[in-house]
Design a protein around this ligand. Structure first.
Ligand code: WTA
Length: 660
């Protein structure tokens, strides 16, 4: 395919995928979002967002929808006041839905608990009273380091209710990672558990907190939920949840806070070692989390059972387990454990048990399900599923189709949702009753959102062209900065296209001939081979579309002749056969990529490996693979979910190496 036009180089648009799946008439007729939503937003963006904000309860109405005069620091719904927790809990009880189940919680060992909105209101009120008794007030920071148990959600909502900011730190992070996050935002309180269940076994969690707070003077108290009955060391600052919270009053009057009152900080990794504390505020964040959840997932509070498989340690858990869904009066499943405990059909068993109708997960998990085999979901009744979602990385068309056929019964629309910790809520996604979906494409900005693909000069590329994804209009749930580092906020997101005033997302993207957007991975994951920019994602997608390949990771390794050469690491499918790793088979794979994308994308080298190095959130650590590909000593592996993976890869390479 041709080089993009416009000025300067841009990503070559190589992979072609032409299948489309229009919504069924029945789905379109009942959908929350109709085609007019696009028209409405286009006609008057601010009026459109004001209408979305009106879906919430405001104690005081705003006087101005958007104040962008202090860009890049936005103010949305200026002068408005609301309580975020009241919007997610109390108002549903007041409107007569106290007996509706909010959360069907499923513990990893098989224990479960159904929590109604009335009960949620009592639990959150008790937790808020308890936190207040420990001296937590508006704008104080509270670290939450917990597994996926109901108390984690009660804690987040209790903070929101008091106007305190939570900083949830993923329970799989180390003591050191927790320490830097607690100290960066001077947390006053840490909420944790004695231990957590992981793959069928209890593991202690509190020792990591003890280590993290040992020298953290900011921390006054550690509130501990008993989950596993592990032996714990007890310190003066420690308080048991069941001793403090259970004896509190279950009545608590929420106070209304300013629309721009801070709601939470969530740390995310950047290009330097120091994590960025992404700051979100109240009114705009909740408006967009709620609006997107209602329209993208088509939630019907009376009939749907929703399940987002993320952890609350990530933004997806914040926006699509806690704030978006609860503001829409969801009935949802929250699952504590891993997908293969005690068996590889656990998710499908849960879908069947609760009649889950909306399921939102990540491509890495979909590819894992593929690896385990289609016969596993086939054993369960998944007919309740009517909308499927994907988030976190580009979903390759092969996985998309597998998901549609083996999970969605060949008919549930799939929404591929692009967004970031920084954007707070979904930005690019098809609307399931309006847009004909395309495997692998997030397609178009949601109504009210401005996103474009531009070249190096910030000029929008034409249909068929590739470049950088930018957001060209402020949006309600945008980050309001990086905690304590205004300079870094401006530098990271606003300096690249400062002249145009665009937010730079850091992702490569392209338009197809219909003008739909395809995400191509982070720009640092884009390779440059003989002057052609090729996305690692496109090559990975091509590899995974071969019948013998379960998973693939591609890196650009420096190459004397071509600048970068493409090096691929592949995991073969279970049934691939003994020859699948042999020289002929590797050649066939290289030819397959050449056929799918073009000879330019043919990997220089393909290595068969037993596992890929992934972070705890499932992102492939290409940096480590690049070390292997460039014959360097492998760098820091401390953020890997399983640090033995690199040893496995090195061992596997002795047999699987192939070059020509
Ligand atoms: C990537 C997760 C392609 C992207 C919500 C983004 C995606 C980063 C998609 C943010 C998608 C997320 N298609 N890429 N549907 N969704 N990404 O902050 O590179 O953990 O910049 O937020 O994930 O990751 P984060």
């Amino acid at each position: 395919m041709s080089q993009s036009q416009g000025q300067g180089p841009a990503l070559d648009n190589l992979l072609t995928e032409s299948r489309t799946f229009p919504p069924s008439e029945d789905f379109a007729a009942q959908a929350n979002a109709k085609p007019e939503l696009y028209e409405e937003a286009k006609a008057d963006r601010e009026a459109f967002w004001a209408k979305q904000a009106e879906r919430l309860h405001w104690d005081t109405k705003w006087s101005q929808v958007l104040d962008w005069s202090d860009a890049p620091f936005a103010k949305w719904f200026v002068g408005g006041k609301l309580n975020v927790a009241y919007n997610c809990v109390d108002r549903h009880v007041e409107s007569g839905h106290g007996e509706q189940v909010a959360i069907h919680w499923e513990g990893e060992p098989g224990d479960s608990r159904a929590i109604t909105y009335a009960e949620l209101q009592r639990e959150v009120s008790k937790a808020a009273n308890a936190l207040a008794s420990l001296g937590v007030g508006a704008e104080d920071r509270v670290a939450i380091y917990m597994p996926m148990i109901p108390e984690a959600i009660f804690s987040m909502l209790a903070c929101a209710r008091l106007g305190a900011m939570h900083s949830v730190v993923f329970g799989g992070f180390s003591a050191e990672a927790l320490r830097t996050r607690i100290e960066d935002s001077s947390c006053k309180l840490v909420i944790t558990t004695d231990g957590q269940y992981r793959r069928g076994n209890p593991f202690p969690l509190k020792p990591a907190v003890d280590e993290a707070v040992a020298n953290a003077d900011c921390v006054e108290k550690v509130l501990v939920v008993k989950r596993t009955d592990s032996d714990v060391e007890w310190n003066d600052r420690d308080v048991w949840w069941h001793e403090l919270v259970d004896s509190q009053s279950d009545q608590h009057t929420p106070e209304a806070f300013d629309s721009e009152h801070p709601l939470f900080i969530l740390y995310t990794s950047g290009t330097t070692g120091k994590p960025k504390g992404i700051l979100h505020t109240s009114g705009g964040y909740l408006t967009q989390a709620s609006y997107t959840h209602h329209n993208v997932f088509d939630l019907k509070p009376e009939t749907d059972v929703y399940w987002c498989t993320a952890d609350i340690g990530w933004v997806t858990g914040h926006s699509y387990i806690v704030y978006g869904p609860l503001s829409n009066r969801v009935t949802q499943v929250v699952y504590e454990g891993t997908p293969n405990t005690p068996h590889e059909g656990r998710h499908w068993e849960i879908v069947q048990k609760y009649g889950v109708s909306i399921y939102y997960t990540a491509p890495t998990l979909i590819r894992t399900f593929m690896k385990w085999g289609a016969d596993i979901p086939a054993k369960y009744d998944l007919s309740s599923l009517r909308v499927l979602g994907s988030v976190g990385e580009p979903i390759n068309p092969e996985a998309w189709i597998w998901y549609r056929e083996n999970v969605g019964g060949g008919k549930a629309p799939i929404v591929d949702t692009w967004w970031q910790t920084e954007t707070g809520a979904i930005m690019i996604s098809p609307l399931p009753g309006v847009v004909s979906t395309k495997p692998g494409s997030a397609q178009r900005p949601l109504p009210g959102i401005g996103a474009k693909v531009v070249n190096d000069e910030g000029v929008e590329v034409p249909a068929g062209g590739g470049g950088y994804l930018v957001l060209d209009e402020p949006w309600p749930s945008m980050l309001r900065g990086i905690w304590g580092d205004e300079e870094r906020y401006r530098d990271t997101y606003w300096s690249r296209f400062a002249d145009q005033g665009f937010y730079f997302a850091g992702d490569g993207a392209k338009y197809d001939d219909d003008g739909d957007i395809w995400l191509l991975g982070r720009v640092d994951d884009v390779m440059n081979v003989s002057g052609h920019r090729i996305s690692t994602t496109e090559v990975e997608s091509a590899l995974v579309s071969h019948p013998t390949v379960a998973e693939a990771a591609v890196v650009g390794a420096s190459d004397e002749t071509t600048g970068q050469g493409i090096v691929a690491f592949v995991i073969l499918r279970g049934g691939a056969g003994a020859d699948a790793g042999g020289a002929d088979a590797i050649k066939a794979l290289r030819d397959h990529v050449a056929k799918e994308i073009g000879p330019i994308a043919k990997p220089r080298q393909i290595m068969v490996v037993p596992e890929l190095p992934k972070t705890r959130s499932g992102k492939i650590m290409r940096r480590l693979l690049r070390d292997v590909a460039e014959n360097r000593q492998v760098g820091d592996v401390t953020t890997l979910a399983d640090s033995s993976v690199m040893d496995l890869i090195s061992a596997g390479l002795q047999s699987g190496k192939s070059e020509d």
